[in-house]
Every structure is written in C-alpha cells, then in structure tokens.
Ligand binder design. Sequence first.
Ligand code: HEM
Ligand code: SF4
Ligand code: SF4
Length: 521
Amino acid sequence: MTAIQSVLRIPFMWLEGWFDWAFGPRWNPMYYLGGLGFFYFWIVAVSGLYVYAFFDTGLTEAYDSVESLTHGQWYLGGVMRSLHRYASDALVVMMVLHMVREFAFDHYRGARFFSWITGVPMLWLVIAAGITGYWLVWDELAQYVAIVSSEWLDWLPIFGEPIARNFMHQGSLDDRFFTLLIFLHIAVPLILLLVMWIHLQRISYAKWKPARGLSIGTMLMMLALSFAYPAVSHGPANLDRVPQQLDLDWYYLFAYPLVDNWGAGTVWALVFAGTLALMLVPWLPPRKARPVAVVDLDNCNGCGRCASDCPFGAITMVPRTDGQPFEGQAKVDPDVCVSCGICVGACPTAMPFRLFSDLVPGIDLPELTALQLRDRIHDVTKNLEGNARILIVGCKHGIQSGKLTGSGRAAVDLPCAGMLPPPYIDYVLSKGLADGVAVVGCRAGECQYRLGQEWSEDRFERRRDPHLRNRVPRERLLRVWRAPVEWRRALADIEAFQANLKTLDAPRTSAPPKRRKERQS
Ligand code: HEM
Ligand code: SF4
Ligand code: SF4
C-alpha cells in the first residue's frame, strides 16, 4: 500500500507545485478539492431549484418543459440547466481526485478512518442523484437510462413487481413515475448534504469553502462553458422505438454499457465488492497505533490553546477536576488524536528555558516529549562548528532531513513542524546552540496534519499564540515549506541562508543562566 501511495503522491506534488506557482497556495484548486465539492454542490442546488420551477412532471410535458427552458430561455434557463449539468460533472471529478489524493497522502487511516468511510456512501449518493437527473429529462438518453436501470435494479429481489414493466411500451408508463423520480432526485441530494456534514465532524476548521478568488474563477469558467456548449437533450423518448445514437455522460453513466455487456449480476457484484474494498481500505493494513497526547494537570492552566489548535477536534476543555484555581482543563479523546503534536506547539507551558521545574508541559507527546526534544537539540548541535551553524527542525512526513544536513548543519525531526513551540527557537539562538534555525515542513496545502504549516506561520508572525518573541532575530530564522520532491530547492534555500548567516554579526547569546524562571513575552 505504501508503495502505491508513494507513486501516486508524486504527480500530485508536481501538479500542486505548478498550481502554487500559477495561482499561489490560496487559489490552488488541489488544496481545496473538498471545498470545491461543496461549492459545486451549491451550484447544482441553486440551478436545480431554478430548473425545477419550470419543470413539468407530466409524461410528455417533462420533455417539452425542459426543451422550452433550454431554447426559449437560453440566456437564463438554458444557462441554469447547463450549470446544473457541468457542476454535477465537476462534482464527480472533484470527488474522485479528492479520494485519490487523501489516499495518496495517507490521510485516511488510524483515527482518520472516519472521514474516509463516511466519504464512500457519498460516491454512490452523487451517482444516484445524477442518474435520476438524466432520467427526468425523458429524452432518448433517459429512455436508455430507464431501461438499463430497471434491468439492473430488477436483478435485486427487492421489488414486488419488476420495474421494467413500466418501460415495455409507450402506454405502460404514467405520470406518477415522474413524481416518484423527482422526489428521489431531491431526496438523494438532501441525504448527501447530511452525509457531507457528518463527513466533516472529526475535522476542525474544515476547508469547506474555497477561497473567494477560486470560487469566482471556477464559476466564470462554468458560465463560459455553459454559453459556449449549452447542455441539450436528445430527441424525445419513445418506448416503441430503440434509440440509435446516444451521447453518454461518462461521469455518471459509466456503468451502463457494462450492464449491457456483462449483465446486471456482474455489475452488482463489482459494485458491492468495490464498496466493501473501499470501506476496508483504512485497515489494509491498519496504521500502527502511536501513543496519543497526554495532559499533565499540574502544568495545565486551562488556557484552551491546545483545544483551539488541534486540527482534529481531539481536545475538549472540561471543568477542572484537581481543585486548581483555573476554569478548565484539557482532555484528549484518544480515539480521535492522531499524535501530531500540534497541541504541544500551542501550549504556553512547553517552555525549554525552565530551570527549577522539570520540562513537563501541560500537554505532551509520549513519542517525543518536550524534554526529549530539548535534549535532542543539545545533542545534535553540540558538535556543530563555524559561525553559520544551523539547526534544521524537520517534519517526518516532509523532506528527509538527511538530504539537508551537511557541514555546519544538524537536524531534529518532529511528527509535524507545527509541534515546535516557538520558545524553542528563542532557546536555541539565545543559548548559542546554533547561529540559525531552519524550520522545514510541508507546503501550505500539503501538511500531513492539515494545519501544522499554517499555525507555525501564524505563531512566527505573531498572529497566533504562542508568539515568537520579538527579541528573536528574524534574519536567523528560515522557514522552508516545500514538498519532498523539491528537496534540492530546499537545500539551496538553506545553503543561501547559511551563506547569509556568515555575513551577520555574532548573535547575542544569553548570559549564564540566572536562577530564576524566565517568562515568555
Ligand atoms: C461530495 C463529495 C465530498 C466532499 C464535498 C468532501 C469534502 C471534504 C472536505 C471539505 C474535507 C476537509 C478538507 C480539509 O479541510 O482538510 C474532506 C476531507 C476528507 N475527505 Fe472528503 N469529501 C467528499 C468525498 C469524499 C470521498 C468520496 C472520500 C473517500 C472515500 C473522502 C475522504 C476524505 C478524507 C479521508 C478526508 C481527510 C480527513 C483528514 O484529513 O483527516 N471524501 N472532505
Ligand atoms: S495549551 Fe497547555 S496549558 Fe493550555 S489548556 Fe492546553 S494543555 Fe493546558
Ligand atoms: S497530538 Fe494532534 S491530534 Fe492529538 S490532541 Fe494534539 S493536536 Fe490533537
């Protein structure tokens, strides 16, 4: 599985790099695939409401009402119909890309299985909504859809009377069938919307809204397409005739030729096996369990920063249980925590300067505690030489730090760059452990744990607590947000940084430790 993921990740990283270059990370569509899905859904919903206002559920009226909307009102009704069609197609493309991307970047196993398994039914709900839509138009394509669908559905022993009977000849169908179809065509998307909401329940700050520029650009492209190639119907359905030439929509109707050629049973078997396989993917193989974040009440002051920074909503603030005079305390849900350490980076008590008390923050990661991190930093920097010694703080999921170390450069790796509490940078520089710190992590939209890059930037730029102290010389801090495929460029960035450090005056390091606790600015 890991090998498949590594292969799949490479084209995504290249493509995302190009989009970053062309549009910038905020407008990079690949970083907002889920959000674009929501956006397309809303376009489909609004345009669908408009089309529905003019739709007639009568047997012959259905086709005529769609025709008159398309041609009589081409500038509005026709455009709405086209938007309805193209946004639905785009939803399928987005959904498949989004699924493959989440798989490739390994965002679906362990505690993250929830978003994956709630995503799988969405695939079928989207397809079902599309099929009922094609059926409603009651043109020759709808006739084909009706006949093959009924053949397909009738294979399942769930209907008292075969549905195919309704489509034997012109006289066998009545208006009630269209009323049922329109009900399904509205009910299925409503269920989809509910599942979309459930899908995001284990994600904090979910990007369900694309950036405004991206939404406007996408909308303009769809409008242009709708004017240039308006969606049109085939000829009217006639059950006494077999349609000759059909223009299939492969996004929704890909399974139909298979039902024709292989038979309904085989296609059902494929659908069930495929769905089951997709449902099991998060456990093939299961993620190795890693110890989750642990709260230490003696050091937790109930500030709530960990809870607000956790990308997966794994921390809740609950009433104090130990009698300390704080309002709340942090509580980690071990079933939701993915052991990213971003909460440690947020905790104001993760303070490496401590002299009197042990370095035990309010929340810590057993895999790499705040104390172990400080010790490791001392360890790797002790043999660095020269006046441009660099500590690289890397991310286990990003560029391998071995590719970046070299003369005067040592590295420590964290589960996520967002785990680094900003006071550690101050500590390294003010204690003279290195002349510069390079924080190396994933690109803005590719963070393994969603928000590590964003929160780090916000903390360094003093937009989010805990801030990087003002006294930290900014020219001695380098932030490198690059994909693993860009490791050569990251190395070049770091070498340039190192060359620049040589030109700077020697940094002021702190005096021998005073016997007092330091406070953060
Ligand atoms: C209508 C279709 C879908 C929509 C609108 C949608 C929307 C979203 C959104 C907005 C996010 C949050 C992205 C973020 O903020 O990081 C997300 C995450 C995710 N989705 Fe979907 N999704 C859809 C279909 C699917 C499907 C079919 C699957 C897979 C079977 C899937 C799997 C996931 C996973 C694994 C995550 C990431 C969770 C994490 O980072 O831990 N989604 N989706
Ligand atoms: S950030 Fe630290 S101190 Fe604040 S609530 Fe969380 S564990 Fe407690
Ligand atoms: S380790 Fe990550 S997922 Fe777990 S509580 Fe901390 S921030 Fe949340």
